[in-house]
Design a protein around this ligand. Structure first.
Ligand SMILES: [Zn+2]
Length: 1068
């Protein structure tokens, strides 16, 4: 397996793979293996306990008497569970037709309303005659102490890699240029055609010139222990720095090991240099040297070309998952997935689809073995949704030993009476009700009638054993929590939110076939105190209850707080109309934050449900309350040993809050509207451990950012999602899951807990060997996700995938997926910077890149001159992505970047799937000036480099988070006229954030392209229009990732040269 020095090794010894099961009550008590699942208790539908509150009960003044039950009406009828009859597929096709309607109707969610509770710390008022209640501000100083939230990194563990001569690649090596070649592993793949490269050898320092320095460092120079014999002593700029990286010192042929505190980086970071805003941080290289003969950029591997080739080869086609270890089309390719026994690549992608058989081979090649799992991924409209299998009271069939769920990898034997588990080899009896005869191939005759025997992905209806306290869950709830402090009222944000909710609540997600959503809704406003609203349908006016004791947060009312939107529409409308006016004259600028989340958790606890909090917040919480924060932003820490503290959340209150949220299935979505530093690293801590997202709108203005924010909100509210989720990844013998990255919480070493998981959230799982893998049987993986549906049903979603195993490293390299590799590296590096200096992390990334490529060169490539850079075909654009990752804001170490923005990007990436990291690290740059307006197709993107821009051109650039329309300074007037209705570029001014709707083909086409992209991406984006050579163009240029970084970092060409040199060192 990979030996990334910075990837923290799990501090635990892993349990036997796949042992144990889901515990009965999540979040309460230690997990207990769930054995003997068969014949579990019949489903009983006892009413939930009355909500328990921690505060004494009293009656709210002005409140009508509580009706007996309006909140948790058992208005959902329940059918007895029974085994599903799975219809046979159409004879003509092995694929399934339309999925059957789920026979599984919602479980009853009976219950009596919990008691209304009030205390003397709270006042209740009718909104019709609103007057602020008594407010107290109890002092509760927080004792947050900054600590490292994650386990510290492992000790140095890397030595000189053993590189025994490996098998020669059976594939023909086509050397395209004198200096570079790409190993063509796959017939039909794109040769790196290009003219022979004149100019300097790749190995040599491509540029010479004055050393670049980063921003001046005001802090004291870091004085770590000197590196004796370590890979890269950092003693100032060499006279000729190779391509943006430091010159390797003696002994650099070995990996840099694990330079925990190595080097006096900083010392060389002298002063600002003319002409460059910042060099590659920590690198004494010379990037701004005198002009020199350039290599032809067309001769180095191009991502856009790779994307285009795959689209030509596999675009519009069906990808069937019937072959073990088949590499899927790229994430950028438009294809249709057909499940024929392995999970669709939309659910699971892997860094390689052929695992090395032994740990030694894995160690040797340094290629990380990982899967990126997106359990709720959206499918295309022409792809079959998951079938739901219902085994009734017995529940899903599982291996007695490893608890793996019935799947295509179970081998039926003994005339169908027993089956051997593909994961642990245990032989199990087939339950009587499940018995079926085998055909002459040894396959069950009902193979095609049962999704769990023939498909890679499907769902099981979970029995009560899988429910908290053995009770069926209630439908989830969404609580909207609006910061009504001065800034948000003044900016018009509060009114914008309230107006939008009126229409948005009509669109809450609902189960297919249901007339309305089962999701309940609730409303809270807050500044220093919290206001809860009773919006019970029986009320003429909503009622407000104020809780000012933020130290002991409780929910002052249950009945009427979480309601069915359809029932309470009139009262909710009334409330949403009144909120902006109620606080119109507020002077309150202080806010609380942790108590707001706590209130949500308490509400869900009392209602015995899971759900989502939508928090709309603008400032750092400075009011006296738990979780109070203070400004700890310090640019002097950038590029020092302590830079990591900028990314570390404050511990204490928020850490505990995350645990409480996960235990209750409370997902936090945070919409931030900051005008200055808010300590995002801490504020985002709970959202990013509960499956939530953080949206950020700097200096929010309704006119320019309103639509951008509303698009995000609409997408988020309507996302497909599962709640109170717990995921387990089981593997066949010989390897196991060892590390996990995502918006998740881990209480133990195997259960991945997520308060919620939506269609855009992915978990990256790393694997390690613990034995030899067999080429014959391959490697199996089963991801089981237990969750609650939006209707309040407990289900298990199963994704299975089988991979090849090989003793030949060439097989591994041939079956790699670069986009998945970079997803893994991004997440592991972004986690590592919590514990290590950025410089170390960057060095390890380079070293790892060089090792992966050197191992290929040594063991798989045809013999060739040392001056040639030889890349495996499947990884030929890996260096572009890696270089872009190293230049990304979290890793770049520049004082010009906002600490909050860096923390935000770091945390966002941790939950991303492969599509999102691919796009983020290599934006689309689309020429629009020569559009074929009659064509449906998107114009082919060009490489992200300034060289590809044209002065008379118009380009769209987007990376999933930002979108720019760039206009060359010589843009033809007719183009400007068509798009902007202006006579020339000079007339364009102001902060336009949308294009005017003009009635001409070009305008329509450009707008439809932009709308299409906004629709397609998980996040909305704010259109920024930039003119060439205008100041805002700098914002745009930082996304031209093949060029030198604006805030430091090498160009792609320089990076490639440097990596090549590293490879040569490793091979000598
Ligand atoms: Zn088993």
């Amino acid at each position: 397996m990979s030996q990334q020095g910075y990837v923290a090794a799990p501090p635990y010894s892993q349990a036997q793979p796949g042992m144990g099961g889901y515990q009965g009550g999540f979040g309460s008590g230690p997990a207990q293996p769930l054995y003997g699942h068969y014949g579990g208790p019949p489903q009983a539908f006892s009413a939930p306990q009355t909500g328990m509150m921690k505060s004494p009960v009293s009656s709210a003044a002005g409140m009508p008497p509580p009706p007996v039950s309006s909140q948790y009406n058992p208005n959902v009828q329940q059918n007895g569970t029974h085994p599903q009859r799975y219809p046979a597929p159409p004879a003509a096709s092995a694929a399934y037709g339309q999925p059957p309607q789920s026979p599984y109707n919602s479980m009853a969610s009976p219950g009596t309303p919990a008691t209304q509770q009030l205390t003397n710390q709270m006042s209740a008022v009718n909104l019709g005659s609103y007057a602020p209640g008594p407010m107290q501000s109890p002092l509760l100083p927080t004792n947050s102490v900054a600590q490292q939230p994650f386990q510290s990194s492992p000790p140095p563990a890397m030595g000189q890699p053993q590189m025994p001569p490996g098998p020669q690649s059976p594939h023909v090596s086509q050397q395209m240029t004198p200096q570079m070649s790409s190993q063509q592993s796959l017939p039909g793949s794109m040769p790196l055609a290009g003219p022979p490269m004149a100019g300097p050898q790749m190995a040599g320092p491509p540029m010479a010139g004055p050393p670049m320095a980063g921003p001046p460092m005001a802090g004291p120079p870091m004085a770590g222990p000197p590196m004796a014999g370590m890979g890269r002593p950092f003693n100032g700029p060499p006279p000729q720095g190779p391509g943006g990286f430091q010159q390797p010192g003696p002994g650099a042929a070995g990996p840099p090991g694990y330079p925990q505190q190595a080097g006096q980086f900083g010392g060389h970071m002298a002063g600002p240099q003319q002409g460059m805003p910042g060099a590659f941080p920590g690198a004494p290289s010379a990037l701004a040297g005198p002009p020199q003969k350039k290599l032809d950029p067309d001769s180095i591997p191009s991502i856009t070309q790779v994307i285009e080739n795959d689209q030509v080869k596999q675009g519009g086609k069906v990808f069937s998952t019937n072959i073990r270890g088949q590499v899927p089309p790229l994430v950028t390719t438009d294809f249709t997935a057909q499940d024929q026994g392995n999970a669709s690549p939309r659910f699971i992608r892997c860094t390689t689809y052929s695992l090395p058989c032994t740990a030694d081979l894995a160690k040797q090649c340094h290629v990380p073995l990982a899967s990126i799992i997106k359990p709720f991924a959206n499918l295309q409209t022409n792809e079959t949704p998951l079938y739901v299998v219902n085994h009734g009271e017995t529940g899903p069939i599982r291996c007695n030993r490893c608890k793996a769920y019935m799947c295509p990898y179970m081998q039926f034997i003994d005339g169908g009476r027993r089956y051997q588990c593909g994961f642990c080899n245990c032989v199990n009896e087939v339950p009587v009700f499940y018995f079926q005869h085998l055909d002459h191939m040894g396959r069950r005759v009902d193979f095609y009638e049962r999704p769990e025997l023939s498909l890679g992905s499907y769902e099981f209806v979970a029995t009560l054993d899988y429910c908290k306290n053995n009770k069926p869950p209630n439908p989830p709830a969404y609580i909207f929590m609006i910061d009504v402090s001065y800034n948000n009222i003044k900016s018009g944000l509060v009114k914008l939110i309230c107006d939008e909710l009126k229409t948005l609540l009509e669109k809450l997600p609902r189960e297919e076939g249901m007339e309305s959503s089962a999701i309940k809704v609730g409303f809270v406003t807050y500044n220093k105190v919290l206001h809860f609203y009773n919006v019970k349908s029986a009320l003429a006016q909503p009622q407000m209850m104020v809780v000012s004791d933020t130290a002991e947060m409780f929910v002052p009312l249950l009945d009427g707080f979480l309601v069915n939107y359809q029932d309470s529409r009139a009262v909710i409308y009334n409330l949403l109309d009144q909120i902006p006016d109620m606080f119109a004259d507020t002077n309150e600028s202080e806010t609380v934050f942790a108590p707001v989340i706590q209130a949500g958790v308490e509400a869900f606890k009392a209602a015995e449900c899971s759900g989502k909090l939508f928090i709309f917040h603008s400032s750092m919480p400075t009011a006296e309350a738990p979780g109070k924060l203070k400004n700890r932003d310090d640019k002097k820490l950038v590029n020092t040993e302590k830079e990591k503290t900028l990314f570390q959340p404050q511990k204490g209150v928020y850490e505990q809050l995350s645990k409480d949220c996960v235990a209750q299935g409370c997902c936090v979505e945070l919409f931030l509207f900051p005008s200055q530093y808010v300590d995002l690293a801490t504020m985002a801590d709970v959202p990013t451990h509960t499956g939530g997202s953080v949206y950020k709108y700097n200096n929010f203005q309704v006119e320019t950012d309103g639509e951008h924010f509303l698009r995000d909100l609409r997408k988020d509210v309507q996302k497909s999602i599962g709640f109170d989720a717990i995921m387990r990844v089981r593997t066949s013998t010989g390897f196991r899951a060892t590390d996990f990255f995502g918006a998740v919480h881990m209480n133990n070493t195997t259960d991945i807990e997520m308060a919620a998981v939506d269609c855009d959230k992915a978990v990256t799982v790393e694997f390690k060997h613990d034995d030899t893998l067999s080429e014959e049987t391959g490697a199996l993986m089963q991801c089981a996700l237990l969750y609650t549906t939006i209707n309040g049903q407990r289900r298990l979603r199963i994704h299975n995938i089988s991979l090849k195993c090989s003793a030949q490293l060439s097989e591994l390299y041939m079956n790699c997926e670069t986009d998945s590799l970079i997803n893994f590296f991004a997440k592991s590096a972004y986690r590592a910077i919590l514990n290590q200096p950025l410089k170390n992390v960057r060095e390890i990334l380079v070293s790892q890149t060089a090792h992966m490529l050197a191992c290929y060169r040594k063991n798989c490539a045809s013999p060739s001159a040392a001056s040639q850079l030889i890349l495996p075909d499947a990884m030929k654009v890996f260096p572009v992505y890696m270089n872009s990752l190293m230049k990304s804001a979290p890793l770049v170490g520049s004082t010009e970047l906002s600490t909050d923005d860096r923390a935000h990007q770091r945390l966002s990436v941790m939950a991303m799937g492969v599509e999102d990291t691919q796009l983020l690290l290599y934006p689309r740059l689309i020429p629009l000036h020569n559009l074929d307006v009659s064509s449906e197709a998107l114009p082919a993107p060009v490489r992200c480099s300034e060289e590809r821009l044209a002065e008379s051109g118009m380009f769209l650039l987007e990376n999933g988070h930002s979108i720019f329309l760039w206009l060359g300074q010589a843009s033809p007037p007719d183009l400007i006229q068509s798009i902007f209705n202006l006579p020339s570029l000079a007339h364009l001014q102001g902060h336009m954030c949308a294009l005017p709707e003009l009635d001409n083909p070009l305008s329509k086409k450009v707008r439809s392209i932009i709308d299409g992209l906004l629709e397609k991406r998980p996040n909305s984006m704010k259109l920024v229009i930039v003119r060439q050579k205008d100041k805002p163009e700098m914002l745009f240029r930082q996304f031209l990732v093949e060029d030198k970084g604006l805030h430091g970092g090498a160009s792609y060409m320089d990076f490639l040269c440097y990596v090549h040199q590293e490879i040569r060192q490793l091979l000598t």
